[in-house]
Design a protein around this ligand. Structure first.
Ligand SMILES: Nc1nc2c(ncn2[C@@H]2O[C@H](COP(=O)(O)OP(=O)(O)OP(=O)(O)O)[C@@H](O)[C@H]2O)c(=O)[nH]1
Ligand SMILES: [Mg+2]
Length: 582
């Protein structure tokens, strides 16, 4: 304080004590303090020298006058704490450990801390024998105690790393002690406890102890290598850690797994005891003694199995007979020649090439790139060169559009290829939606093909991804349509060449027979079977429908994929449009 200030306040003659913190000490004062050799971290207060104490209040032999202001160090407990806090914060900066538990530390602990830090340092420099010594002690407890001491001291420096080590080492213990399952469990448990402790944050010492202990026990080569890189002590440490492991295993197995092993053995015993009664005793049964229950049972069961076997054999016979029948079918020469001419059935690419078709094109047999102009014109003259346009859909009979044009309907079970055939016939792919998932077409869809013809895509029957009631509704509507529709000129009943006709197909045939609706069988997906089987299927169906009056001959065979038989079908259907009269 300057002399001007002192004269201003001097007349109060009061003892002025201004407690000021470090921040409040002015720069000049701090410099003064430094000159006086006072430490920076201490607290100070400014004291005005009284007149009676004027001579004696000076410090270090310096005399003071009355009214002089002196700055003196305040000694209190806070000072000491602050010192520790400062040091801790410094360590935090180094180790990044922001543990809130430092208040727990006493001064004694602090001194231990110093010791521990020294030990740690020594260890990391290659003198890890210390930890080896204590961990390699005769008992696990001993190791734990010595560890405790170290841990308490090395908490702040080791705290963070110790956690990681503990986890790592538990794994290590598991690996090393693969023979002793219980030891692994124990290691895990101790760690779990330790983790819980940590989470609670209640007892740092216990936590640290457990952590360090597990580290000690499970120290592995890699870690020792990490700590003692390039030192002689590595080999020693490895040996010691191995011995530690052995001892630990022995210890844990002998003490901790005792109960487990006992339990296990008892469990095993129980298993054995359970197994024993399960063993069937051989009982000699007199086969002629019908009063014997066991024999009765066996007879009954044998009877059941015999019945089942019989049923299976019958079914097999039916299947075999059906297949055999199909294989035995001899197609007529006309069908065989038709199949060959139209390259129906599964064919090799070379056959298409030899016949002059370009297999690079989609639906190669209907693209006719090598055809003459007259052929092309003949196709284009037909109604199928017209544009296909969707104009109505019906879910119920009342929503059916008025029958203004002659109609050709495409019926059959789900996924048989109805929609695909419409596209193939008109060569307008994508107008009618198709899917490999049965049940895509769920309404009666009406398509105009020019001014002369209407094509109707019916929903399929049989298996479809739809509710039973809905499927029944489709079937009813389809049946109603084919049996009552005025403008309906022909129904193409599509049958999958591979599977032939099923009962529902026969049902529809009967219905159309009754309603005198003209229908033509069209075998689809002929490219999925051999040509001979296409011919056989055609022959088989023709024979079964011989007596049917409404069936239009000939039976058609097509493949929407290859285009085989499509032209023939066009020709056959074009006549409907040409001669149709509504
Ligand atoms: N290999 C082969 N697959 C075909 C043929 N025709 C159709 N497919 C396939 O069979 C599946 C069903 O075809 P769709 O035309 O949708 O059958 P759909 O009868 O209309 O089926 P729904 O509408 O469910 O009644 C599709 O994955 C087609 O690609 C064919 O001639 N050969
Ligand atoms: Mg469809």
């Amino acid at each position: 304080m300057s002399t001007e200030t002192s004269s201003k306040y001097g007349r109060l003659h009061k003892r002025v004590k201004v407690a000021i913190g470090r921040s409040k000490v002015s720069k000049n004062n701090v410099e003064t303090l430094h000159r006086k050799g006072v430490e920076r971290n201490e607290r100070y207060r400014v004291r005005t020298v009284k007149a009676d104490n004027a001579d004696n209040s000076g410090r270090r032999g310096m005399k003071s006058k009355a009214g002089d202001e002196q700055i003196e160090r305040v000694s209190s407990d806070r000072k000491r704490k602050r010192v520790y806090a400062n040091r801790d914060s410094g360590e935090e900066g180094v180790f990044g450990n922001k543990t809130s538990s430092r208040k727990v530390l006493s001064k004694a602990a602090e001194s231990e801390d110093k010791d521990g830090f020294v030990k740690d340092k020594r260890r990391t420099k290659g003198g890890f024998h210390d930890s080896g010594k204590f961990s390699g002690g005769d008992s696990l407890t001993g190791g734990r105690r010595s560890n405790e001491n170290e841990l308490i001291g090395g908490k702040d420096k080791m705290g963070f790393r110790t956690k990681a080590k503990a986890v790592y080492n538990v794994k290590n213990v598991e690996r090393v002690e693969s023979g002793g399952r219980k030891s692994v469990t124990i290691g895990r448990r101790s760690n779990e406890k330790e983790l819980l402790d940590r989470r609670d944050g209640t007892n740092l010492r216990t936590t640290g102890k457990a952590t360090y202990n597990s580290e000690n026990v499970g120290l592995d080569d890699s870690e020792s290598g990490m700590l003692n890189r390039g030192t002689k002590s590595k080999s020693n440490f490895v040996k010691q850690s191995h011995s530690n492991r052995k001892k630990f295993t022995a210890e844990v197995l002998s003490k901790s797994t005792k109960k487990f092993l006992l339990d296990k053995s008892s469990a095993d015993d129980s298993v054995i005891s359970d197994d024993r009664p399960k063993r069937r005793k051989r009982i000699r049964i007199d086969p002629h003694d019908l009063t014997n229950k066991r024999l009765d049972d066996r007879i009954a069961s044998n009877d059941n199995t015999a019945e089942k076997k019989e049923d299976l054999e019958k079914n097999k016979d039916v299947q075999v007979s059906m297949n055999a029948k199909f294989r035995a079918t001899k197609p007529s020469p006309s069908i065989l020649s038709f199949v060959e001419e139209n390259l129906l059935g599964r064919r090799r690419e070379i056959e298409f090439r030899r016949a002059g078709y370009n297999i690079e094109l989609s639906v190669p047999l209907d693209n006719i790139p090598n055809s003459t102009n007259s052929e092309r014109e003949r196709i284009e003259e037909t109604v199928f060169r017209n544009k296909l346009t969707f104009f109505a859909a019906a879910k119920i009979s009342s929503s059916l559009p008025p029958a203004e044009l002659p109609e050709i309907a495409f019926a059959g079970r789900s996924n048989v290829g109805k929609s695909s055939l419409l596209n193939a016939l008109t060569r307008q792919w994508g107008v009618v939606r198709t899917s490999d998932k049965p049940g895509l077409t769920q309404t009666l869809n009406f398509f105009k093909l020019g001014p002369k013809l209407c094509l109707v895509d019916l929903p399929g029957y049989g298996f479809a991804y739809a509710k039973e009631e809905v499927k029944e509704a489709w079937e009813e509507l389809a049946k109603e349509y084919v049996s009552t529709r005025v403008g309906l000129r022909r129904v193409c009943l599509l049958i999958d060449t591979k599977w032939g006709m099923n009962p529902r197909d026969h049902e529809l045939v009967d219905l159309m027979e009754r309603s005198k609706t003209k229908y033509q069988i069209v075998l689809t997906k002929t490219d999925t079977v051999f040509p001979i089987d296409v011919a056989r299927r055609a022959m088989q169906i023709e024979e079964s429908l011989k007596a049917k009056k409404s069936a239009v001959q000939p039976l058609m065979m097509v493949s929407s994929k290859t285009g085989a038989g499509i032209r023939s079908l066009r020709t056959a259907l074009a006549t409907v449009a040409r001669f149709a009269k509504i």
